[in-house]
Design a protein around this ligand. Structure first.
Ligand SMILES: Cc1ncc(COP(=O)(O)O)c(C=O)c1O
Length: 379
């Protein structure tokens, strides 16, 4: 069990990729359109629009929502750097909020404290596949006239009371990166119910073209299209997603059960009515009793892959401590001094979590082996 993540690819994906290539269908086309249609149905959104990766999806979302230079966007620091960077690309300012110590997701109370007249949006991140508290986040957004762009890059299949993440805010973004719950290798998807936003996103991702394509360009745009052979992988993966999610759930629940019986180690708490999509299983140790580095080493000697996935919150990354001063927008935008950002809960969770494999390729005997290892290490 050397790998934290492992793509689950079968002959079905291989066959659709090869027939797509044989037909000479390399650029975004028929497979992408079918993937969009089926993804929109899966999450229950009016529009789904493919992008070349999750970062591009977030970038397009920010631009379509008019996050302009100097606009503040509140987001957690406990996330992959792409969440924050998607704000920074177009001159927006990431304002890092604290997370809840039990769920590890953005703390709505802290969001409220960070709202200023410059705040334009909230970017909640459904970290590890657990939905953020979207009810409270929506209340804050409504009270302050803010846009919500959901970073659901880790959360395909996550829900609150049956409603899929990505559909609570104005825009939701997903990643199909090779480790995710469903993959296309590299790939992403943007969902929205808003016709205008959908049109802007389609235009922005395709060199500013209108719906009829061709060589008439209406605005500055990018090439962020998803190649059709990759959309082919995504399409088959989407159809297999429910069964892959079931296996993740089986594996995660078995691990969570053993963790719940141990002292000095805890797991993300799942609020009532929330469906975790189990992208990452990363328990947190009590640093007074255990060293997480030792735990990771002990697991590795038992042939169990383990790591700290985000040892540094975004506010502690060199990108925001130093690199930001070199960034093109720094001549025009006043960034906060990120070295002064104080997020003790984020720091504690970042430093003391250890990820263990729960992907659908992990077998029941392997899960039993992990359970035994955890029992040995923590009792
Ligand atoms: C929370 C989060 N946001 C954004 C991204 C960016 O997605 P991608 O790697 O597809 O660009 C990822 C993917 O790793 C992610 O985990």
């Amino acid at each position: 069990m050397k790998f934290i993540a492992q793509p689950q690819i079968s002959e079905e994906e291989i066959s659709l990729v090869s027939s797509t290539i044989r037909k000479g269908q390399f650029v975004e086309g028929k497979n992408a359109r079918t993937l969009e249609k089926e993804f929109a149905e899966f999450v229950g959104a009016k529009h789904a629009i493919c992008a070349v990766n999750g970062t591009a999806a977030l970038h397009l979302a920010m631009e379509a929502a008019n996050i302009s230079p100097g606009a503040e966007v509140i987001t957690p620091a406990f996330t992959f750097i792409a969440s924050a960077n998607s704000i920074t690309f177009g001159g927006g300012i990431p304002i890092f909020a604290e997370i809840d110590p039990e769920t590890f997701t953005i703390d709505p109370e802290n969001i409220e404290k960070l709202v200023t007249p410059q705040t334009k949006a909230i970017l909640p991140v459904h970290i590890f596949g657990l939905p953020c508290n979207m009810k409270l986040i929506k209340d804050i957004a409504d009270d302050n006239d803010l846009v919500i762009i959901e970073d659901a890059c880790q959360a395909h299949g996550a829900k609150i009371d049956g409603q899929h993440v990505g559909t609570f805010g104005e825009i939701g973004c997903f990643s199909f990166y090779a480790t995710k719950n469903m993959i296309s290798g590299e790939g992403g998807m943007i969902v929205t119910d808003d016709d205008d936003l959908a049109m802007r996103i389609k235009c922005l991702k395709n060199h500013g073209r209108g719906p009829s394509g061709g060589y008439e360009h209406h605005r500055i745009g990018y090439n962020m299209r998803l190649p059709d052979p990759l959309a082919a992988i995504g399409l088959i993966q989407l159809r297999k997603l429910p069964s892959m999610l079931e296996k993740r759930k089986r594996n995660a629940e078995a691990i969570r059960q053993v963790i719940s019986e141990l002292n000095s180690v805890s797991e993300q708490k799942i609020p009532k009515g929330y469906t975790h999509s189990h992208y990452v299983c990363a328990p947190v140790v009590d640093a007074d009793k255990y060293s997480v580095d030792t735990v990771i080493q002990q697991l590795k000697t038992k042939d169990i892959a383990s790591r700290r996935i985000y040892a540094l919150g975004c506010h502690k990354q060199p990108t925001y401590l130093q690199g930001i001063h070199e960034w093109r927008w720094s001549k025009f935008v006043k960034y906060p001094d990120y070295s002064q950002v104080n997020l003790p809960i984020t720091d504690r969770i970042s430093q003391n979590h250890f990820e263990i494999p729960i992907h659908p390729g992990v077998t029941e005997p392997e899960i039993e082996m992990i359970r035994n290892a955890l029992n040995e290490i923590f009792s």
